[in-house]
Design a protein around this ligand. Structure first.
Ligand SMILES: [Zn+2]
Ligand SMILES: [Zn+2]
Length: 305
C-alpha cells in the first residue's frame, strides 16, 4: 500500500534552470492527488512518468501564478484525452472565475464536469474524505488567502496470517471481519482469538503540505507528529528581511517549526531564484532539524510499511 510523494516542481515564484514552480503528486494506495499546479506541470508529469489520467482531485494552496498556471493546460489535455470522470478542485475562492475566464465559450471548455470547492482559508476544515484517507485544510499566512493541506491515512486493517487461513480452512467471506479485529468461530463452535489469526495493522501515515507562508507557530498543533512535512524555505536566514516582507519563510525557520512540531521528516522547497545552489539551505535547516531533505524536481519521498 503506497504512500509516496513525488516532487514535480521545487522552485518559488519563477522557474529557474532545472527547477519548475510548485507541483507535487501524492500517491496513496494508487490514488493520485495533485498538489498545486505551477507552470510546466504537464511537462514534469511526462518526464517523471506520472499518470495524469488517474488524477481526480487537485488541491491548490493559493492563487499566485506559480501555483496555478499549469492548470489550464492540464484541463485542456484532460479534454483532449476524452476524459469523462468528474474532476474536483479545492482552493481558496476565485479560482473558478479565473478558469472560466479562459474558456468563455462553454462549448470550448473542458468536456467533463469540474467541481470547484472553495475553502475558508481561516479555518481548519475537513475538505475531502474517502475510504483510505482524510484531507484537512491548514490556514497559512501569505498575505492573500492561502491554505495548506494535511493528508492522513485512515486506520488500516490488521494483517491476516496466511498459514492460519489454511490451518483452520477459514472461508474467504469471513476474512474481512477478522481483519477488522473479530475472533473467528469454527464449525465445531471453537472460538479462535483474533490475535492468533492476525498481526497488528501498520501505523497510518500522514503528510502536511505547507506552502506559501510566513513563519507562524499556529501551525504547530495542526502538523504535530506528521510523518512528512513539506514546508517552504524560500530564503536563507541571512535574507530574513526579504522573507518577512514577502510572507515567506527561511530554511532555519522551517526547521524550527519541524522541530517544535516533532515531525518525522522535513522537506524544504519553493526556493527563490536568487540561490543557484541549495547546499546552504540544507545545512542551515539540518543544524536545527537533522532529518531535513531538499525538494528537487523528480525527488520521491516514500513512507514504506
Ligand atoms: Zn509561490
Ligand atoms: Zn505565493
Amino acid at each position: 500500500m503506497k504512500f509516496k510523494l513525488s516532487i514535480l516542481g521545487s522552485s518559488g515564484a519563477m522557474p529557474f534552470k532545472d527547477r519548475y514552480p510548485t507541483a507535487q503528486v501524492l500517491n496513496v494506495h494508487e490514488q493520485l492527488f495533485l498538489l498545486d499546479s505551477g507552470e510546466g506541470t504537464q511537462m514534469r508529469m511526462s518526464k517523471f512518468r506520472v499518470k495524469r489520467g488517474k488524477i481526480n482531485h487537485i488541491f491548490i494552496t493559493h492563487l499566485h501564478g506559480d501555483h496555478i498556471f499549469g492548470l489550464p493546460g492540464l484541463l485542456t489535455s484532460f479534454g483532449m484525452n476524452y476524459r469523462t470522470e468528474a474532476l474536483h478542485i479545492y482552493s481558496p475562492p476565485g479560482l473558478q472565475q479565473m478558469i472560466d475566464g479562459l474558456f468563455p465559450d462553454a462549448d470550448k471548455g473542458p468536456p467533463f464536469e469540474i467541481h470547484y470547492h472553495e475553502l475558508d482559508t481561516n479555518a481548519q476544515e475537513l475538505v475531502f474524505e474517502n475510504k483510505i484517507l482524510t484531507v484537512h485544510s491548514i490556514p497559512l499566512y501569505h498575505g492573500i488567502p492561502c491554505n495548506g493541506y494535511l493528508f492522513q491515512e485512515k486506520k488500516l486493517s490488521r494483517k491476516m496470517i496466511r498459514e492460519k487461513i489454511e490451518e483452520y480452512s477459514i472461508p474467504f467471506p469471513d476474512i474481512p471481519s477478522i481483519k477488522d479485529g473479530a475472533d473467528w468461530t469454527d464449525i465445531d463452535g471453537n472460538i479462535i482469538p483474533n490475535d492468533e489469526l492476525t498481526t497488528p495493522a501498520a501505523e497510518p501515515r500522514s503528510y502536511a503540505f505547507c506552502t506559501d507562508t510566513a513563519y507562524n507557530e499556529n501551525l504547530i498543533p495542526i502538523i504535530e507528529g506528521v510523518d512528512l512535512l513539506y514546508h517552504e524555505a524560500t530564503f536563507l536566514h541571512e535574507d530574513l528581511d526579504k522573507a518577512i516582507k514577502t510572507n515567506h519563510t527561511t530554511a532555519l525557520q522551517a526547521a524550527t517549526l519541524a522541530k517544535k512540531a516533532k515531525v518525522g521528516k522535513l522537506i524544504i522547497g519553493h526556493y527563490s531564484a536568487r540561490y543557484e545552489e541549495l547546499d546552504a539551505h540544507l545545512a542551515e535547516a539540518r543544524k536545527v532539524f537533522p532529518d531535513t531533505y531538499l525538494a528537487y524536481d523528480g525527488a520521491v519521498f516514500e513512507i514504506a510499511h
